[in-house]
Design a protein around this ligand. Structure first.
Ligand code: ARG
Length: 576
């Protein structure tokens, strides 16, 4: 255990158990940073009521039982009964020295779980919108973090590859001709294809009629129709993959599990729910009514699983997906990284699955709610300079903005290097903007701010990592080769060492709380703490022992920055 708060949490818990008996061990030791000490425990306050003593006396008893001689330099009681804990420089130095030799730099290897994570999920023959961009980026960061923590991560890209729009899409494909330029455009820019089909459907009655019978043929499994459908899916895969590869997303074709995957199972899902009485007929549709779900005027809100025309809905597919993920993929943890407005839908699906016994009691699915990305007008970002939003064009714009910023800030860097840097900085900036705020909060898409060198941006972090790389270039040693007993002399060294000790804990928290912004905040703090250290403490010019000690702190800082960025799916260029 490297992290001071983890070590002291268990020490305080032990002291509470010793002082007041084992059944109070679970009393929360509540440790938090304080301006008076490295950490402060306010365990005594809630405990006082339970044991019927004054808080200060409780604090006193805890301190008497606290065995921290090797960890703390000072333990003090303050105010109404806070316990102030100041770590000893020596302990910090020892901990950080051993973290330096740990291959995982303090990130724990957790008890492995099978985690199924649903993210990205764009729709076939349709442009991905910024909401899809964000679930893709956030989901991918979570998948990377969970994998790094030792879990078996099963990615499920639940693409929208089925449903009524395919009638018009297939008819439009026939109209423009398979292999035609318009059809092939789906690989790069699906917007036009979809929009044209839509307009024809809305304005041309004979096209609409053809489209409707095409849907019937598709659902009946007509082989020619299925071939055409497959063609559209294939074209779309190229588009998705182009976006994924541009963004450095880990999803592959093997992770595709679109809505159509569950077609064969939908009839059974409905039959079973009907047989068990969970679903009932209402106005010709098969519905699940759940307690506490009401719509307008307090009317019970149904989850429709089979429409009156016999078609199945989005919810039916999701029910089949839950069942598949539990039974076949053997999920122990279920994560859905999906837009916040789908929360009601997901809750109804999960509750139904729970009733049906498809979702065992020990699995609590989690909806990682994705908030909106706004334009400068503070409305959902849908257009760029008047034209409908094309994701690829947005990414081009991000790279161009990064290039302009690099040209301005680093004119001395040669042209080829600047050109190579621009995509790493620009794409990193787009991803970091999605990741660094709470996943459920909205933010304004502002490229200038996102590529700034100052502030909580990926470029600032990439710069911090590159700066440390350059220290190593000047040192004659590789970052991996420094073996040192770290010494704490200056306050800057102490602060940096302390910060480094909580890297593993933060990564682990991202895995448990599913909040990538915690890692961003940590990395930003770390980069700033490093900056202060570097101002205070000469590295290469220090006397030999101190020089290796400081190089070890540099190496750990770089590892944390590079690993942290990598877990967020962001590259760390050699030079900036
Ligand atoms: N395709 C859907 C959309 O674009 C998202 C699907 C999310 N995943 C799921 N299992 N429902 O809104």
């Amino acid at each position: 255990m490297w992290s001071p708060s983890a070590v002291l949490t268990s020490k305080v818990s032990d002291a509470i158990a010793d002082a007041f008996g084992d059944d109070l061990r679970g009393a929360d030791p509540v440790l938090r940073p304080s301006q008076f000490a490295d950490l402060q425990s306010n365990a005594a306050l809630p405990l006082a009521k339970r044991v019927g003593m004054a808080p200060r006396d409780v604090a006193q008893r805890i301190v008497e039982h606290l065995r921290v001689d090797d960890v703390c330099a000072k333990v003090e009681i303050s105010g109404p009964g806070f316990i102030n804990l100041t770590l000893s420089d020596d302990w910090i130095a020892r901990q950080v020295s051993s973290a330096a030799t740990d291959a995982r730099h303090g990130v724990p290897q957790e008890e492995p779980q099978r985690v199924v994570i649903d993210y990205s999920a764009p729709n076939v023959a349709k442009e991905m919108h910024v909401g899809h961009l964000r679930t893709t980026v956030v989901g991918d960061a979570l998948a990377r973090v969970l994998e790094y923590l030792g879990h078996t991560v099963i990615r499920q890209n639940h693409i929208g590859d089925w449903g009524t729009p395919f009638g018009m899409l297939i008819e439009h494909l026939l109209d423009v001709g398979e292999g035609s330029e318009e059809a092939r455009a789906v690989e790069t820019d699906p917007n036009a294809f979809y929009q044209t089909a839509r307009v024809k459907f809305d304005t041309d009655p004979s096209f609409a009629t053809r489209s409707r019978s095409r849907v019937v043929a598709l659902q009946a499994g007509d082989s020619e129709t299925l071939r055409l459908w497959d063609e559209l899916v294939e074209l779309s895969k190229h588009y998705f993959n182009a976006i994924y590869s541009r963004l450095g997303i880990t999803l592959t074709d093997a992770d595709l599990a679109g809505e159509s995957t569950y077609n064969h199972d939908l009839g059974r899902v409905c039959e079973e729910l009907e047989a068990s009485g969970i679903a009932t007929m209402s106005d010709g549709a098969l519905c699940v009514f759940l307690e506490g779900y009401t719509g307008r005027e307090g009317k019970p809100l149904p989850l429709i699983i089979r429409k009156s025309d016999g078609g199945y809905g989005y919810g039916t597919t999701d029910l089949a997906a839950v069942r598949h993920r539990v039974r076949t993929l053997h999920a122990e943890r279920l994560i859905y990284v999906i837009g916040a407005p789908q929360s009601l839908h997901l809750n109804m699906v999960w509750e139904t699955a729970r009733k049906a016994g498809w979702l065992p009691p020990d699995i609590t699915p989690v909806h990682v709610q994705i908030g909106n990305v706004l334009g400068e007008d503070r409305k959902i970002l849908k257009t760029r300079s008047g034209a409908p939003l094309r994701l690829m064009a947005l990414l081009d714009e991000a790279v161009a903005t990064a290039r302009a910023a690099i040209d301005q800030d680093r004119p001395e860097v040669d042209e080829a290097t600047r050109a190579a840097l621009a995509p790493k900085v620009g794409i990193g900036a787009v991803k970091y903007a999605d990741l660094s705020v709470g996943h459920d909060s909205e933010y304004v898409f502002d490229l200038e701010r996102m590529v700034a060198l100052n502030g909580n941006t990926s470029r600032y972090l990439q710069y911090a990592a590159a700066r440390i790389r350059s220290i190593f270039r000047g040192s004659g040693t590789g970052a991996d080769d420094v073996i040192a007993q770290v010494k704490i002399v200056e306050p800057g060294e102490r602060a940096l060492a302390l910060k480094l000790l909580s890297f593993g804990e933060v990564v682990s928290e991202v895995g448990s709380e599913l909040e990538p912004h915690r890692l961003c905040t940590y990395l930003f703090d770390l980069a700033q703490t490093f900056s202060v250290f570097y101002e205070q403490c000469p590295v290469l010019k220090a006397e030999p022992q101190l020089r290796t000690s400081r190089l070890a702190l540099c190496a750990l800082s770089m590892h944390a920055l590079v690993t942290g960025l990598d877990l967020l799916g962001i590259e760390s260029p050699e030079t900036m």
